[in-house]
Design a protein around this ligand. Structure first.
Ligand code: SF4
Ligand code: SF4
Length: 359
Protein backbone atom coordinates (compact mmCIF):
# COMPACT_ATOMS: atom_id res chain seq x y z
CA UNK A 1 0.00 0.00 0.00
CA UNK A 2 1.19 3.54 -0.79
CA UNK A 3 0.37 5.61 2.36
CA UNK A 4 0.46 8.94 0.47
CA UNK A 5 -2.01 7.68 -2.15
CA UNK A 6 -4.16 6.08 0.54
CA UNK A 7 -4.60 9.45 2.30
CA UNK A 8 -4.90 11.39 -0.96
CA UNK A 9 -7.54 9.03 -2.36
CA UNK A 10 -9.47 9.18 0.89
CA UNK A 11 -9.48 12.93 1.58
CA UNK A 12 -8.70 14.60 -1.75
CA UNK A 13 -11.06 12.58 -3.93
CA UNK A 14 -11.88 15.65 -5.99
CA UNK A 15 -8.50 15.19 -7.58
CA UNK A 16 -7.41 12.12 -9.59
CA UNK A 17 -5.43 9.39 -7.84
CA UNK A 18 -4.43 6.93 -10.56
CA UNK A 19 -3.06 3.42 -10.24
CA UNK A 20 -1.43 1.28 -12.94
CA UNK A 21 -3.93 -0.24 -15.37
CA UNK A 22 -3.77 -3.97 -16.17
CA UNK A 23 -4.62 -7.27 -14.52
CA UNK A 24 -4.55 -7.76 -10.76
CA UNK A 25 -4.74 -11.29 -9.28
CA UNK A 26 -7.25 -11.66 -6.48
CA UNK A 27 -6.60 -14.82 -4.44
CA UNK A 28 -5.52 -17.71 -6.62
CA UNK A 29 -7.38 -17.29 -9.94
CA UNK A 30 -7.33 -19.86 -12.74
CA UNK A 31 -8.47 -19.96 -16.37
CA UNK A 32 -12.15 -20.27 -15.35
CA UNK A 33 -12.09 -17.52 -12.76
CA UNK A 34 -14.31 -14.46 -13.24
CA UNK A 35 -12.92 -11.27 -14.75
CA UNK A 36 -14.12 -8.14 -12.98
CA UNK A 37 -13.60 -4.71 -14.52
CA UNK A 38 -12.95 -1.57 -12.50
CA UNK A 39 -11.52 1.93 -12.89
CA UNK A 40 -7.93 2.92 -12.12
CA UNK A 41 -8.76 5.05 -9.08
CA UNK A 42 -6.33 4.01 -6.33
CA UNK A 43 -8.90 3.91 -3.53
CA UNK A 44 -11.39 1.84 -5.54
CA UNK A 45 -8.80 -0.76 -6.46
CA UNK A 46 -7.47 -1.01 -2.88
CA UNK A 47 -10.98 -1.38 -1.50
CA UNK A 48 -11.90 -4.01 -4.07
CA UNK A 49 -8.82 -6.06 -3.24
CA UNK A 50 -9.75 -5.86 0.45
CA UNK A 51 -13.44 -6.64 -0.15
CA UNK A 52 -12.69 -9.60 -2.41
CA UNK A 53 -10.55 -11.41 0.17
CA UNK A 54 -11.38 -15.10 -0.10
CA UNK A 55 -12.50 -14.80 -3.76
CA UNK A 56 -10.42 -16.09 -6.69
CA UNK A 57 -10.80 -13.64 -9.57
CA UNK A 58 -9.00 -11.47 -12.11
CA UNK A 59 -9.42 -7.74 -11.63
CA UNK A 60 -9.10 -5.84 -14.89
CA UNK A 61 -8.13 -2.27 -14.04
CA UNK A 62 -9.14 -0.01 -16.94
CA UNK A 63 -8.21 3.62 -17.60
CA UNK A 64 -10.42 6.22 -15.91
CA UNK A 65 -7.78 8.94 -15.46
CA UNK A 66 -7.54 8.04 -11.76
CA UNK A 67 -11.18 8.91 -11.07
CA UNK A 68 -13.85 6.69 -9.45
CA UNK A 69 -16.25 4.62 -11.59
CA UNK A 70 -19.35 6.83 -11.27
CA UNK A 71 -17.71 10.22 -11.76
CA UNK A 72 -15.40 8.98 -14.52
CA UNK A 73 -18.27 7.28 -16.42
CA UNK A 74 -20.50 10.36 -16.19
CA UNK A 75 -17.56 12.48 -17.36
CA UNK A 76 -16.79 9.95 -20.15
CA UNK A 77 -13.28 9.21 -18.81
CA UNK A 78 -14.25 5.60 -18.02
CA UNK A 79 -15.77 4.43 -21.27
CA UNK A 80 -16.01 1.76 -23.94
CA UNK A 81 -12.50 2.54 -25.16
CA UNK A 82 -11.08 2.06 -21.62
CA UNK A 83 -12.58 -1.43 -21.33
CA UNK A 84 -11.76 -2.50 -24.90
CA UNK A 85 -8.17 -1.35 -24.46
CA UNK A 86 -7.86 -3.15 -21.09
CA UNK A 87 -9.13 -6.40 -22.60
CA UNK A 88 -6.87 -6.17 -25.66
CA UNK A 89 -3.65 -4.97 -24.02
CA UNK A 90 -3.60 -6.43 -20.50
CA UNK A 91 -2.91 -10.04 -21.45
CA UNK A 92 -6.15 -11.23 -19.83
CA UNK A 93 -7.01 -13.12 -23.04
CA UNK A 94 -4.11 -15.49 -22.34
CA UNK A 95 -5.02 -16.02 -18.69
CA UNK A 96 -8.62 -17.21 -19.05
CA UNK A 97 -10.41 -19.65 -21.33
CA UNK A 98 -13.82 -17.97 -21.14
CA UNK A 99 -14.72 -14.63 -22.73
CA UNK A 100 -16.96 -12.82 -20.24
CA UNK A 101 -16.25 -9.62 -18.31
CA UNK A 102 -18.25 -8.40 -15.36
CA UNK A 103 -18.75 -4.64 -15.64
CA UNK A 104 -19.49 -2.23 -12.78
CA UNK A 105 -23.07 -0.98 -13.38
CA UNK A 106 -22.21 2.54 -12.18
CA UNK A 107 -19.97 2.65 -15.26
CA UNK A 108 -22.94 2.22 -17.58
CA UNK A 109 -23.14 5.95 -18.32
CA UNK A 110 -19.76 5.67 -20.07
CA UNK A 111 -19.30 2.04 -21.16
CA UNK A 112 -21.48 0.64 -23.93
CA UNK A 113 -21.79 -3.09 -23.23
CA UNK A 114 -22.86 -3.77 -26.84
CA UNK A 115 -19.84 -1.94 -28.26
CA UNK A 116 -17.44 -3.79 -25.93
CA UNK A 117 -18.85 -7.06 -27.29
CA UNK A 118 -18.66 -5.84 -30.91
CA UNK A 119 -15.07 -4.66 -30.55
CA UNK A 120 -13.63 -7.54 -28.50
CA UNK A 121 -15.94 -10.53 -28.91
CA UNK A 122 -16.20 -10.70 -25.12
CA UNK A 123 -19.59 -11.07 -23.47
CA UNK A 124 -20.52 -8.59 -20.78
CA UNK A 125 -22.52 -8.83 -17.60
CA UNK A 126 -23.39 -6.13 -15.10
CA UNK A 127 -22.17 -6.95 -11.61
CA UNK A 128 -23.56 -5.61 -8.35
CA UNK A 129 -23.51 -1.85 -7.71
CA UNK A 130 -21.67 -2.24 -4.38
CA UNK A 131 -18.34 -4.05 -4.18
CA UNK A 132 -19.32 -5.72 -0.91
CA UNK A 133 -22.02 -7.68 -2.79
CA UNK A 134 -19.57 -9.16 -5.31
CA UNK A 135 -18.68 -12.30 -3.27
CA UNK A 136 -22.38 -13.14 -2.79
CA UNK A 137 -23.08 -12.40 -6.47
CA UNK A 138 -20.30 -14.74 -7.59
CA UNK A 139 -21.39 -17.41 -5.12
CA UNK A 140 -24.93 -17.19 -6.57
CA UNK A 141 -23.61 -18.02 -10.08
CA UNK A 142 -23.58 -14.35 -11.12
CA UNK A 143 -27.22 -13.70 -10.31
CA UNK A 144 -27.99 -10.22 -9.01
CA UNK A 145 -30.72 -9.73 -6.46
CA UNK A 146 -32.83 -6.55 -6.80
CA UNK A 147 -30.92 -4.67 -4.05
CA UNK A 148 -27.65 -5.51 -5.82
CA UNK A 149 -28.85 -3.50 -8.85
CA UNK A 150 -29.66 -0.24 -7.08
CA UNK A 151 -27.51 2.50 -5.65
CA UNK A 152 -27.85 3.38 -1.99
CA UNK A 153 -26.57 6.23 0.13
CA UNK A 154 -26.24 4.76 3.59
CA UNK A 155 -24.77 6.65 6.54
CA UNK A 156 -21.36 5.04 5.97
CA UNK A 157 -21.44 5.91 2.25
CA UNK A 158 -22.53 9.47 3.04
CA UNK A 159 -19.75 10.04 5.56
CA UNK A 160 -17.16 8.50 3.25
CA UNK A 161 -18.08 10.36 0.05
CA UNK A 162 -18.91 13.69 1.69
CA UNK A 163 -15.66 13.81 3.65
CA UNK A 164 -13.62 12.57 0.68
CA UNK A 165 -15.15 15.15 -1.67
CA UNK A 166 -15.40 18.17 0.62
CA UNK A 167 -12.23 17.84 2.69
CA UNK A 168 -10.12 20.17 0.48
CA UNK A 169 -12.67 22.99 1.02
CA UNK A 170 -12.75 22.41 4.78
CA UNK A 171 -8.96 22.22 4.87
CA UNK A 172 -8.36 25.49 3.04
CA UNK A 173 -11.00 27.40 5.02
CA UNK A 174 -9.45 26.11 8.27
CA UNK A 175 -6.06 27.24 6.96
CA UNK A 176 -7.57 30.69 6.32
CA UNK A 177 -8.76 30.87 9.93
CA UNK A 178 -5.36 29.73 11.19
CA UNK A 179 -3.63 32.54 9.30
CA UNK A 180 -6.13 35.41 9.60
CA UNK A 181 -8.26 34.66 12.70
CA UNK A 182 -6.55 31.98 14.82
CA UNK A 183 -8.77 32.83 17.84
CA UNK A 184 -11.77 31.54 15.79
CA UNK A 185 -10.15 28.34 14.52
CA UNK A 186 -11.44 26.19 17.40
CA UNK A 187 -14.98 27.52 16.92
CA UNK A 188 -14.75 26.85 13.18
CA UNK A 189 -13.59 23.25 13.65
CA UNK A 190 -16.31 22.61 16.25
CA UNK A 191 -19.02 24.11 14.02
CA UNK A 192 -17.69 22.19 11.02
CA UNK A 193 -17.84 18.84 12.82
CA UNK A 194 -21.31 19.55 14.28
CA UNK A 195 -22.87 20.77 10.98
CA UNK A 196 -21.21 17.98 8.99
CA UNK A 197 -22.59 15.29 11.28
CA UNK A 198 -26.06 16.90 11.38
CA UNK A 199 -26.33 17.44 7.63
CA UNK A 200 -24.69 14.27 6.35
CA UNK A 201 -26.24 12.15 9.09
CA UNK A 202 -29.77 13.43 8.62
CA UNK A 203 -29.92 14.62 4.99
CA UNK A 204 -32.29 11.88 3.69
CA UNK A 205 -34.83 13.04 6.29
CA UNK A 206 -34.35 16.81 5.99
CA UNK A 207 -37.31 18.05 3.91
CA UNK A 208 -36.55 19.05 0.31
CA UNK A 209 -35.89 17.12 -2.91
CA UNK A 210 -32.75 19.13 -3.73
CA UNK A 211 -29.73 19.84 -1.56
CA UNK A 212 -30.26 23.60 -1.83
CA UNK A 213 -33.82 23.21 -0.53
CA UNK A 214 -32.53 21.36 2.53
CA UNK A 215 -29.87 24.03 3.03
CA UNK A 216 -32.46 26.83 2.75
CA UNK A 217 -34.56 25.21 5.44
CA UNK A 218 -31.66 24.76 7.85
CA UNK A 219 -30.30 28.23 7.15
CA UNK A 220 -33.75 29.74 7.72
CA UNK A 221 -33.81 28.09 11.16
CA UNK A 222 -30.32 29.41 11.91
CA UNK A 223 -31.39 32.83 10.59
CA UNK A 224 -34.21 32.83 13.15
CA UNK A 225 -31.73 31.89 15.88
CA UNK A 226 -29.48 34.73 14.70
CA UNK A 227 -32.37 37.20 14.89
CA UNK A 228 -33.22 35.89 18.36
CA UNK A 229 -29.72 36.81 19.62
CA UNK A 230 -30.65 40.50 19.33
CA UNK A 231 -33.58 39.90 21.72
CA UNK A 232 -32.21 37.27 24.10
CA UNK A 233 -28.89 37.74 25.85
CA UNK A 234 -25.99 35.58 24.64
CA UNK A 235 -22.84 34.63 26.62
CA UNK A 236 -20.34 37.47 26.29
CA UNK A 237 -17.32 35.17 26.05
CA UNK A 238 -18.61 33.01 23.14
CA UNK A 239 -18.99 34.49 19.61
CA UNK A 240 -22.49 33.05 19.15
CA UNK A 241 -23.44 35.15 16.12
CA UNK A 242 -20.18 34.31 14.34
CA UNK A 243 -20.76 30.61 15.03
CA UNK A 244 -24.31 30.81 13.63
CA UNK A 245 -23.09 32.53 10.45
CA UNK A 246 -20.32 29.92 10.13
CA UNK A 247 -22.95 27.16 10.46
CA UNK A 248 -25.10 28.73 7.73
CA UNK A 249 -22.15 28.90 5.33
CA UNK A 250 -21.06 25.37 6.23
CA UNK A 251 -24.54 23.93 5.62
CA UNK A 252 -24.44 25.53 2.17
CA UNK A 253 -21.06 23.90 1.59
CA UNK A 254 -22.17 20.44 2.77
CA UNK A 255 -25.45 20.44 0.86
CA UNK A 256 -24.95 22.72 -2.13
CA UNK A 257 -24.30 19.84 -4.51
CA UNK A 258 -25.69 16.55 -3.20
CA UNK A 259 -25.71 15.22 -6.77
CA UNK A 260 -21.95 15.54 -6.82
CA UNK A 261 -21.69 13.26 -3.80
CA UNK A 262 -24.06 10.43 -4.66
CA UNK A 263 -25.48 8.50 -7.59
CA UNK A 264 -28.99 8.68 -6.13
CA UNK A 265 -29.34 12.48 -6.39
CA UNK A 266 -29.38 14.62 -9.50
CA UNK A 267 -26.82 17.41 -9.78
CA UNK A 268 -28.00 20.88 -8.71
CA UNK A 269 -24.77 22.63 -9.64
CA UNK A 270 -24.55 21.71 -13.33
CA UNK A 271 -28.08 22.85 -14.28
CA UNK A 272 -27.53 26.03 -12.23
CA UNK A 273 -24.38 26.80 -14.24
CA UNK A 274 -26.19 25.89 -17.48
CA UNK A 275 -29.02 28.28 -16.62
CA UNK A 276 -26.44 31.01 -16.06
CA UNK A 277 -25.29 30.30 -19.61
CA UNK A 278 -21.89 28.92 -18.56
CA UNK A 279 -20.89 26.24 -21.04
CA UNK A 280 -17.85 24.84 -19.23
CA UNK A 281 -15.04 25.30 -16.75
CA UNK A 282 -11.91 23.43 -17.78
CA UNK A 283 -12.96 19.96 -18.92
CA UNK A 284 -16.29 20.09 -17.08
CA UNK A 285 -19.15 20.95 -19.41
CA UNK A 286 -22.43 22.35 -18.14
CA UNK A 287 -24.65 23.78 -20.89
CA UNK A 288 -25.39 21.67 -23.93
CA UNK A 289 -24.86 18.19 -22.48
CA UNK A 290 -27.69 15.67 -22.64
CA UNK A 291 -27.56 15.36 -18.87
CA UNK A 292 -27.96 19.06 -18.12
CA UNK A 293 -30.53 19.43 -20.91
CA UNK A 294 -32.58 16.71 -19.20
CA UNK A 295 -32.11 18.31 -15.78
CA UNK A 296 -33.19 21.80 -16.90
CA UNK A 297 -36.11 20.38 -18.90
CA UNK A 298 -34.75 21.37 -22.33
CA UNK A 299 -35.05 17.68 -23.26
CA UNK A 300 -37.27 14.88 -22.02
CA UNK A 301 -36.35 11.23 -21.60
CA UNK A 302 -38.61 9.54 -24.13
CA UNK A 303 -39.35 5.84 -24.58
CA UNK A 304 -40.61 4.42 -27.89
CA UNK A 305 -42.46 1.18 -27.02
CA UNK A 306 -42.79 0.30 -30.72
CA UNK A 307 -38.99 0.09 -31.06
CA UNK A 308 -38.41 -1.54 -27.66
CA UNK A 309 -37.42 -5.22 -27.60
CA UNK A 310 -37.95 -5.42 -23.81
CA UNK A 311 -34.37 -6.63 -23.47
CA UNK A 312 -34.34 -5.07 -19.95
CA UNK A 313 -30.90 -3.52 -20.35
CA UNK A 314 -32.28 -0.15 -19.18
CA UNK A 315 -33.73 -1.86 -16.10
CA UNK A 316 -30.36 -3.53 -15.48
CA UNK A 317 -28.31 -0.35 -15.51
CA UNK A 318 -30.58 2.29 -13.98
CA UNK A 319 -29.13 2.81 -10.48
CA UNK A 320 -32.39 4.32 -9.25
CA UNK A 321 -34.93 1.79 -10.54
CA UNK A 322 -36.74 4.24 -12.83
CA UNK A 323 -37.57 1.50 -15.38
CA UNK A 324 -39.84 -1.47 -14.80
CA UNK A 325 -41.90 -4.05 -16.68
CA UNK A 326 -45.69 -3.94 -16.90
CA UNK A 327 -48.04 -6.93 -16.60
CA UNK A 328 -47.36 -7.77 -20.28
CA UNK A 329 -43.60 -7.87 -19.55
CA UNK A 330 -43.12 -4.65 -21.53
CA UNK A 331 -40.53 -2.15 -20.32
CA UNK A 332 -41.72 1.31 -19.34
CA UNK A 333 -40.64 4.44 -17.46
CA UNK A 334 -42.25 3.68 -14.13
CA UNK A 335 -40.68 6.36 -11.92
CA UNK A 336 -39.69 9.18 -14.25
CA UNK A 337 -39.69 11.71 -11.40
CA UNK A 338 -36.78 9.86 -9.74
CA UNK A 339 -34.52 10.03 -12.83
CA UNK A 340 -31.16 11.71 -12.14
CA UNK A 341 -30.34 12.02 -15.86
CA UNK A 342 -27.22 9.86 -15.66
CA UNK A 343 -27.90 8.74 -19.26
CA UNK A 344 -26.93 5.09 -18.59
CA UNK A 345 -30.16 3.76 -20.14
CA UNK A 346 -29.66 5.94 -23.22
CA UNK A 347 -26.13 4.59 -23.58
CA UNK A 348 -27.14 0.91 -23.32
CA UNK A 349 -30.27 0.81 -25.48
CA UNK A 350 -29.28 -0.74 -28.80
CA UNK A 351 -32.73 -0.36 -30.38
CA UNK A 352 -32.89 3.47 -30.31
CA UNK A 353 -35.97 3.02 -28.17
CA UNK A 354 -34.84 5.71 -25.69
CA UNK A 355 -34.17 9.27 -26.68
CA UNK A 356 -33.56 12.60 -24.99
CA UNK A 357 -36.10 14.49 -27.07
CA UNK A 358 -36.14 18.30 -27.29
CA UNK A 359 -38.93 19.59 -25.08
S1 SF4 B 1 -35.85 0.62 -23.95
FE1 SF4 B 1 -34.05 -0.22 -24.99
S2 SF4 B 1 -32.79 -1.06 -23.35
FE2 SF4 B 1 -34.84 -0.77 -22.49
S3 SF4 B 1 -35.86 -2.72 -22.76
FE3 SF4 B 1 -36.37 -1.47 -24.55
S4 SF4 B 1 -34.82 -2.02 -26.08
FE4 SF4 B 1 -34.05 -2.74 -24.11
S1 SF4 C 1 -33.80 6.48 -16.19
FE1 SF4 C 1 -32.61 8.26 -15.56
S2 SF4 C 1 -31.47 7.59 -13.78
FE2 SF4 C 1 -32.19 5.75 -14.81
S3 SF4 C 1 -30.54 5.15 -16.19
FE3 SF4 C 1 -31.92 6.43 -17.36
S4 SF4 C 1 -31.10 8.49 -17.20
FE4 SF4 C 1 -30.15 7.26 -15.52
Amino acid sequence: MNPFKAVWGLLFRLFPCPIQTGVVRIGNPGPDSPVLVTCNFYTTVRRLIRTLKGVDAWLLVAESKGVNVWCAACGNEFNTRSVVSAIKTSGIEDKVTHRTVILPPLGAAGISAAEVKDQTGWHTRWGPVRAKDIPAYLAAHRKRTEPMKRATYTLGERLDTALGSMFPFYFFVALGFLVFAPHLLGYFVGTLVATFLVFIGLCPWIPGKHGWQKVLLLDALLGLALAATSVWPVPADIPVRTILVMAMVLFALHGGELGGLSSIWASDFDPFMARLGLRSIGNTRFAGTTRTDLLIGARVLTHYPEKCSSCAECINVCPIGVWDRNEHKKTFLAHREACTACCACLKQCTEDAIEALAA
